[in-house]
Design a protein around this ligand. Structure first.
Ligand SMILES: [Zn+2]
Length: 225
């Protein structure tokens, strides 16, 4: 049986704050056109904040409500993706908070600090952090420890952020298209990375899609949207 795909006419990427300096939007556009064949892409800089956070917890209900006040939100067959500089958590079944790099919804939300703080850094990093926090000098030692693990995780103002963003945008797109944002293949851009090591592998070292996802993208491109 032929799979049914929900193919968007366009993609709207909302830039919640003016974050142009760290993310190369033109590169993102080219990536979407080349891989998904969707050429109608709008980058919209928002004048007001849309992502609502209660304390540190994402309030998806209020965020959606606020989003619906935007004129663009009424348009049909659009995959909406908000990029924010806010950090937020969601709670699991045991009420344990987890920092999220991405939330799949309509709209989907990608958090830049969530990319830095969400997927886990090397275990040794946390051993240092715990040790220095215990004796109250973490803030003092933070840069030194970060330097020790340089390159092993995505940091703020990291040059690799645009490349990593391509993966999260692809996940948001596949969520819209198939309902499943993730892939089991560690070499695929839509692999669900819980570790920075895996994130860097899937997005930078590999930077490719697996056969299954490639096939879906080929089908989309052949439809000439
Ligand atoms: Zn895949």
């Amino acid at each position: 049986m032929e799979e049914i795909y929900n193919i968007p006419n366009s993609i709207y990427i909302y830039n919640e704050k003016n974050i142009k300096n760290s993310i190369k939007f033109n590169e993102l556009k080219k990536f979407i056109i080349d891989n998904f064949g969707i050429s109608k892409i709008k980058i919209i800089t928002l004048k007001e904040n849309i992502v609502i956070i209660d304390g540190i917890i994402l309030n998806l209900y209020s965020t959606n409500k606020k989003f619906l006040t935007l004129p663009y939100s009424k348009e049909k067959n659009i995959c909406h993706i908000i990029i924010t500089e806010k950090i937020f958590v969601t709670l699991d079944d045991f009420k344990k908070p987890h920092i999220r790099p991405v939330i799949f919804s309509e709209p989907s939300i990608i958090s830049i600090p969530g990319i830095v703080e969400g997927p886990a850094k090397p275990k040794e990093y946390y051993i240092y952090k715990e040790k220095y926090t215990r004796i109250g000098i973490w803030e003092l030692k933070k840069d030194e420890v970060k330097e020790k693990f340089k390159g092993k995780f995505i940091d703020y103002k990291d040059k690799r952020i645009t490349n990593v963003m391509k993966g999260y945008i692809s996940q948001a797109l596949f969520f819209y298209i198939t309902g499943n944002p993730f892939c089991e293949d560690k070499n695929c851009r839509v692999f669900n990375s819980h570790w920075q090591k895996d994130l860097i592998h899937s997005q930078i070292e590999s930077g490719k899609f697996c056969k299954v996802h490639k096939k879906i993208m080929e089908k989309m491109k052949n439809r000439g949207i």
